[in-house]
Design a protein around this ligand. Sequence first.
Ligand code: HEC
Ligand code: HEC
Ligand code: HEC
Ligand code: HEC
Ligand code: HEC
Ligand code: HEC
Ligand code: HEC
Length: 310
Amino acid sequence: MSMLNRWLLFVATPFLFLSLLSSNVASAENESCLTCHSSMKGRMKTAAGALINLNIDTDRFQSSVHGILSCTDCHIRFSDDPHASPARAIPAPVASMAQKLSAKYAVDAVAVAACQTCHEEIFKKVVGSVHGKNIFEKNQTDGAFCIDCHGTAHYILKAKDPEAKMSRKHQVETCGKCHGDKKIIEKYNLQENVMESFTESFHGRKLHLGHTKVPVCASCHNAHDILTKTDPNSPVFGKNKITTCNKCHKGANETFVPAITHQKPGPIPYYTEKALIVLLLSTFAFIVIHVLLEAFSDIRDAIFRKRRDE
Ligand code: HEC
Ligand code: HEC
Ligand code: HEC
Ligand code: HEC
Ligand code: HEC
Ligand code: HEC
Ligand code: HEC
């Protein structure tokens, strides 16, 4: 071994050792949390009065998108001797968001606010969306935040995975938990037949048959920066609809765009349908009467002919 190589080895070894050590920290620490949380079963009330599920399924956690994370990347407040003192200082932006989220997430609002440490841009979009404003400006708890759409934080899958809550297979059902809920619709005066109109639309029926290119909710409304339709930045505001439909229907214009809305069928199609039914029935009646009259005249002719022949 040359002098230089020996020198390199001498310098590199501690670094190698340190990096091995730190890559093991996450799993060692998770093991300590999971010693309890993978074996504990059932639900219980925490001191704060929230009902929790104590069990974390280790395999499902590890095969989720966050399988390589430490529990305390999100549960910043916790340390493993069962979570008495803070594991480390909570960063100020996380702490301030957590305070605002605590009415909605009673178990560990810090863990929800911690999503921003790795998904900063998305987090900002959601805070500024109609859903985020419901929580941060109106101080309500009904708007959707990360885990309402993506499901339990420990078992999040890539949206491409059919089993993910935001996959094309499950998205309509997940948005529908709230957008099909009478109480929420009434409270916020939301459009009421959004779910039915989607299911009955051409897109919805094709989706049901397994079509892989038709839009689901977020294809037209966006995923994170969802806005009211009266907001000029909404993809379903006025002329923006042209761009939105154009993502898939090249050449869509002002006359094509109204083909899909969530409106109840208006009075014109309603009466058109009724008029068609009346027309159809009267055509049938006309044919039936015509045939009967013809039959009657044939019979009458036959009788007269018979009489004449006698
Ligand atoms: C010695 C067993 C044990 C260990 C180790 C443990 N927990 Fe817990 N954990 C519990 C029990 C029991 C509860 C039930 C509620 C309580 O006592 O706060 C709980 C509740 C929780 C809750 C629900 C919120 C709350 O305030 O109760 C979270 C989140 C949690 N643990 C995360 C963790 C994390 C993260 C780790 C590892 C850093 C960990 N736990 C390690 C036993 C343990
Ligand atoms: C990606 C972030 C994230 C990671 C990583 C994470 N958690 Fe959680 N955890 C959350 C969130 C968010 C909640 C729900 C908080 C709420 O509803 O107030 C939660 C809730 C819990 C609960 C309460 C269960 C319930 O019914 O609400 C326990 C126990 C828990 N976590 C333990 C763990 C353990 C143990 C690990 C590591 C194996 C872990 N968590 C990793 C984000 C995370
Ligand atoms: C209203 C429902 C909804 C909410 C709330 C929501 N998401 Fe999403 N998210 C989606 C949908 C839908 C997709 C899939 C988008 C796609 O297929 O292009 C997605 C995709 C993602 C992705 C991966 C794709 C990407 O754009 O990078 C990440 C990461 C993500 N969300 C994180 C978050 C975080 C963090 C929060 C909370 C701050 C959050 N989401 C809140 C619906 C939501
Ligand atoms: C310590 C960093 C970290 C934290 C904290 C974190 N994530 Fe992630 N998240 C990641 C990484 C890294 C990936 C990408 C994994 C991959 O590509 O395989 C990811 C992926 C995702 C995806 C994948 C979507 C897709 O379709 O690809 C979603 C959704 C998501 N995170 C939501 C959340 C939510 C919700 C929280 C808070 C409860 C959170 N994340 C907290 C690092 C983090
Ligand atoms: C946890 C419940 C919940 C989930 C899940 C949810 N939403 Fe919402 N959404 C709401 C509430 C509540 C409002 C009204 C907020 C307000 O007005 O303060 C709203 C408002 C909206 C609006 C604006 C409506 C209006 O009239 O202003 C749109 C568009 C919307 N959501 C689309 C979606 C889509 C798309 C999804 C799924 C990707 C989704 N939402 C998932 C609760 C939810
Ligand atoms: C093909 C595009 C498209 C799809 C897919 C779609 N929407 Fe819409 N959505 C619209 C348009 C356009 C509007 C504007 C109002 C109208 O014309 O009826 C709208 C309006 C809404 C509104 C009322 C917004 C407001 O501000 O009053 C809600 C809530 C909503 N959609 C939710 C959903 C949900 C939930 C899904 C999935 C089940 C969905 N949308 C699927 C195009 C779509
Ligand atoms: C994510 C892609 C996507 C978006 C966005 C989208 N569509 Fe479609 N749409 C499709 C697909 C795919 C079909 C089915 C084509 C087929 O199987 O013939 C379809 C079919 C239709 C049909 C019936 C068949 C036809 O071509 O006339 C109408 C009408 C329609 N879409 C209207 C709209 C309107 C209006 C918008 C915007 C508000 C819109 N679509 C947005 C993908 C999309």
